[in-house]
Ligand binder design. Structure first.
Ligand code: BTN
Length: 246
């Protein structure tokens, strides 16, 4: 990944640029990075705060030959790669909150946004967006996320070199992606589970159709979250916001 790399000072969103490149037949593994995003996007149409020089705002183009139903696996693969990279770059113990939040000491450090373009049932391209708060100071965060978000530097108590970290992330992701293409999702599912904070916990999942509360019992082969409610009914959660019910 990253042999074909586009680097910008400021863009609206690296996702937007990567999807344009995807339509221009850019090769798999193309990476778009920007120092700043003026209209960074998060999941569920939220804004992603992406101030200059403080983080890693990056999108990676993939063209996996997998059915659309398996696309959520790519988010989980990315989460594992990001966690491994953080472990290598710092002394921190990052964890994954399904599906895509990377947490350190209970605060969100990184978000992953997976967007895909498909024709009929076949995937044309997948854009994986990674937003990582690296050297963000507490005062840089908007008031409304200050309690729940953090950065590597805040948690590690020192500045973290972004270039090296980008290299490590791309290296880890490429390795995991190749493992996935050759050996399937199972080995990655096991790694993912070893980092997951939300398995076996009481949670509330806020989905588009309403809230479901229950205990998380794991993820499926496809990367779908399984929740067992108090009546013993098992729910498949494809997309939701998870609140830990502590
Ligand atoms: C989330 O909601 O947790 C996902 C956040 C993803 C943010 C990244 S930053 C790089 C890429 N470009 C965007 O506009 N969003 C993603």
């Amino acid at each position: 990944f990253g042999r074909n790399l586009y680097y910008y000072d400021s863009v609206e969103s690296t996702q937007k640029i990567a999807s344009k490149l995807a339509n221009e037949a850019a090769e798999e593994g193309t990476v778009v990075i920007s120092e700043e995003q003026t209209a960074g996007r998060g999941r569920m149409d939220r804004k992603w705060h992406s101030p200059k020089h403080t983080g890693i705002w990056m999108s990676i183009l993939l063209r996996p030959k997998i059915p659309i139903s398996k696309a959520p696996q790519l988010t989980l693969i990315t989460a594992v790669g990001v966690v491994q990279a953080i472990e290598e770059a710092t002394e921190l113990l990052p964890q994954i909150k399904w599906p895509n939040d990377i947490m350190v000491n209970g605060k969100k450090i990184t978000g992953i946004l997976t967007e895909l373009q498909a024709e009929a049932d076949s995937i044309h391209s997948v854009i994986i967006g990674i937003g990582m708060n690296v050297n963000t100071l507490e005062a840089d965060f908007p008031e409304e996320i200050r309690r729940t978000a953090s950065s590597l530097s805040i948690e590690a108590g020192r500045t973290i070199g972004r270039e090296e970290l980008i290299r490590t992330i791309l290296e880890k992701l490429e390795k995991l992606y190749l493992l996935y293409l050759t050996k399937g999702f199972l080995p990655i599912k096991l790694m993912w589970e070893s980092y997951a904070i939300s398995i076996g916990k009481q949670i509330i999942a806020r989905t588009i159709t309403g809230e479901i509360s229950g205990k998380t019992i794991g993820i499926t082969e496809d990367g779908v979250l399984l929740i067992e409610d108090s009546a013993g009914v098992i729910h498949h959660i494809y997309s939701a916001d998870i609140k830990m019910n502590e």
